[in-house]
Design a protein around this ligand. Structure first.
Ligand code: UN1
Length: 513
């Protein structure tokens, strides 16, 4: 089945203006023929070609960044609440195009339609949040130790922000960065994943139209291209004070190194290896539903996916049996089929990676209780999700295998579970299922979960935009989205004003002729 043959898809692509050959480089105008070669966007649900994109080469990158840099001083000086009004209109347009965009997300990377829609809703939510924020970029005032002196801090726009996004949340994570950066007064240069070029072009086009209504271009900018042509240039570019990147830990090490070499700032959102602890006293029905969504949703390709499940001895057998029974019922198929619960992996390489991972799991003594097979369906990207009985010392437990593989580990005591839970290099999201206040508070205390996100009676994935999102250790330490994550996109200036005719020095220092 061709992409265009699925009911409504061709019309959606046309409404979004991406049905044919697309330019992958623009700042509000598109470079007609960028010179970085062609990229074909493939639908992993059936292996068909969706459309074609011309990628940016080094000179196209230069042209885009030049426009962004020229725009910045004007955008910086445009009042923040007015910037917020433009973001409000972007939110309105996203609402209008929610179905088409959600469908395109599903088509390009294979998450089921309901999750595709959820992704667009996440963009709409952050737009609303950013609008409010545009009137709340507050600084503090502090009492001065000197008479007739006033001290305060103010937040200024930072400049250009480079945003590198991954295939699994191809547009939502961009919006966390871009919509907040925009109200903060920054211009954004976006390098999306090469797996998802079309949906990024569609979003850029929607934003372009809104900006054009207000006489702006160059605030949001897009460069689709190879890592060597575009990615490496972006991270090394001294005109770009902040690089926000989402992806693997390996990618994060590369970005951090290149950005540090020029003393730039980075905001990293890297691998997760998220654990859930289920206590004997938990509501198991709740735990089962949460684990299913957290481990199988997005075919195990969220950075927040549940990968390690720690089961207390008293409920381990029951929970394992319920999971196997539930996994048997998971309907696997085309991402846009309303019956489907789990779509394909993003590409064939991801399937190979999962199969290699499962081999290593078996070598290390892991026992596959269910699933883990490649499925012979069109496109070649389908797998069964896997349940693996694992020993706590298994090396694979320390890795993020970006596929639907869930490790089950039994434990006796809570302290033991917390120790095992924390004994991995990554630290993004975590959860506990319990009805005991003492267990819950132990998990949330400073000696409990070492992750950036810790939940009780909720899975590890599906965070709301209102909180700060990000993790510790090899996850990279960045915080995006809600709360005060906006501060990463601005520079803080501490101001002291002397409104007297004396010059008292701080700390009582005397220095007079
Ligand atoms: C990601 O997988 O990179 O919490 C982001 C969640 C989503 C975001 C995931 N709101 O699962």
């Amino acid at each position: 089945m061709k992409a265009g043959e699925i009911a409504g898809v061709q019309e959606a692509l046309e409404r979004l203006g991406i049905a044919e050959i697309n330019s992958g480089a623009g700042w509000g105008e598109w470079i007609e023929r960028p010179r970085g070669g062609d990229l074909v966007s493939i639908n992993p649900s059936d292996g068909s070609q969706i459309a074609r994109v011309r990628m940016a080469a080094a000179e196209d990158y230069e042209e885009v960044v030049r426009h962004a840099a020229e725009t910045f001083p004007r955008w910086r000086d445009y009042p923040a609440p007015k910037r917020g009004q433009i973001v409000r209109e972007i939110g309105d347009e996203l609402r209008r195009h929610k179905n088409d965009l959600g469908m395109l997300v599903s088509l390009e990377m294979g998450k089921v339609f309901s999750e595709g829609l959820g992704e667009v809703q996440e963009m709409i939510d952050i737009a609303d949040f950013a609008v409010g924020l545009s009137r709340q970029l507050y600084g503090l005032t502090m009492p001065s130790e000197r008479p007739s002196h006033r001290m305060y801090e103010q937040w200024h726009p930072l400049g250009l922000v480079g945003v590198i996004t991954a295939f699994n949340f191809p547009v939502a994570v961009w919006s966390w960065n871009a919509l907040i950066a925009a109200v903060c007064g920054d211009c954004v240069v976006w390098k999306p994943s090469s797996e998802t070029p079309l949906v990024s072009i569609a979003v850029q086009k929607i934003c372009d139209r809104v900006f054009a209504r207000h006489g702006w271009k160059g605030v949001f900018n897009l460069v689709i291209g190879r890592g060597t042509d575009v990615g490496e240039r972006l991270i090394a570019d001294r005109r770009i004070p902040l690089i926000s990147a989402t992806g693997s830990c390996a990618m994060g090490y590369r970005v951090a190194e290149a950005v540090a070499r020029r003393l730039g700032r980075n905001l990293l959102e890297l691998g997760g290896n998220n654990g859930v602890i289920v206590m004997d006293d938990a509501n198991l029905d709740l735990a089962l539903r949460a684990v299913l969504f957290g481990a199988v949703g997005t075919a195990g390709q969220r950075c927040t996916t549940i990968r390690r499940l720690f089961l207390q001895k008293g409920i381990a057998r029951r929970m394992t049996e319920s999971l196997v029974a539930a996994y048997r019922q998971i309907r696997i198929g085309h991402a846009l089929d309303p019956e489907t619960l789990m779509g394909p992996l993003v590409n064939r390489a991801a399937v190979d990676e999962m199969m290699r991972g499962l081999e290593r799991i078996r070598e290390q003594g892991g026992e596959v209780l269910y699933g883990g097979n490649r499925l012979d369906l069109p496109g070649g990207c389908y797998v069964e999700p896997a349940l693996v009985k694992a020993h706590p010392e298994m090396l694979m437990l320390r890795e993020e295998l970006f596929a639907p593989v869930l490790y089950l580990v039994e434990f006796d005591r809570l302290e033991q579970a917390i120790e095992w839970h924390n004994s991995v290099p990554q630290g993004l999201s975590s959860a506990m299922f319990t009805t005991s206040l003492i267990s819950a508070e132990t998990f949330l205390s400073a000696g409990g979960s070492d992750c950036g996100i810790a939940n009780i009676n909720i899975g590890t994935s599906g965070a709301e935009i209102g909180g700060a999102f990000g993790g510790e250790k090899e996850t990279g330490g960045g915080r995006e989205s809600g709360s005060d994550a906006w501060k990463a996109y601005m520079r803080r200036q501490t101001v002291t004003i002397n409104w007297s005719n004396d010059l008292p020095l701080a700390q009582g220092v005397k220095f007079e002729l």
